[in-house]
Design a protein around this ligand. Structure first.
Ligand code: SF4
Ligand code: SF4
Length: 136
């Protein structure tokens, strides 16, 4: 007897051209224009980021993560992953100069590509957001 079908979220449309270079992983696919950069088995950002489309809250950890060594890709719904996953990447993925040991699953730190703004003593200051995994 065949297995019952498993419900899947609707397939997301391909990202528009302006976001064509957006996050292509976790799945071992290359960043557009940066062929040497792949997420491989890293799923650090999937432990942190909210994914509104599937009800994942910040720092809750996405239930679709897959653990290494099976994590190639690390996303269990990679072909149908939500747009917010497709459009986000860490700074390591975007910078070819950053060495392999700084991949977030290796170094324990995820640097957000999106700068934030803090107000310090009444002045707005741009800053880089970084998350450090427990134990690092
Ligand atoms: S933290 Fe960076 S390298 Fe790791 S899965 Fe997310 S985008 Fe890829
Ligand atoms: S859906 Fe996939 S890419 Fe998105 S947070 Fe979950 S595991 Fe990561």
């Amino acid at each position: 007897m065949s297995e019952p079908p498993v419900a899947q979220p609707p397939r997301s449309p391909p990202p528009p051209p302006a976001r064509a270079g957006a996050r292509l992983s976790p799945g071992g696919q290359a960043w557009a224009g940066l062929p040497t950069k792949v997420c491989g088995g890293c799923i650090r950002c999937c432990e942190l980021n909210p994914v509104a489309e599937i009800g994942v809250r910040p720092f809750a950890g996405c239930p679709h993560r897959r653990a290494a060594p099976a994590a190639h890709p690390g996303c269990g719904i990679y072909p149908n992953r939500p747009d917010s996953c497709r459009s986000w990447s860490c700074l390591w993925l975007r910078n070819e100069e950053w060495p392999a040991e700084l991949r977030p699953d290796h170094c324990g730190v995820v640097f957000d590509q999106n700068p934030d703004v803090l107000t310090i003593n009444g002045k707005e200051v741009s800053c880089i957001q970084a998350w450090v995994a427990p134990g690092f």
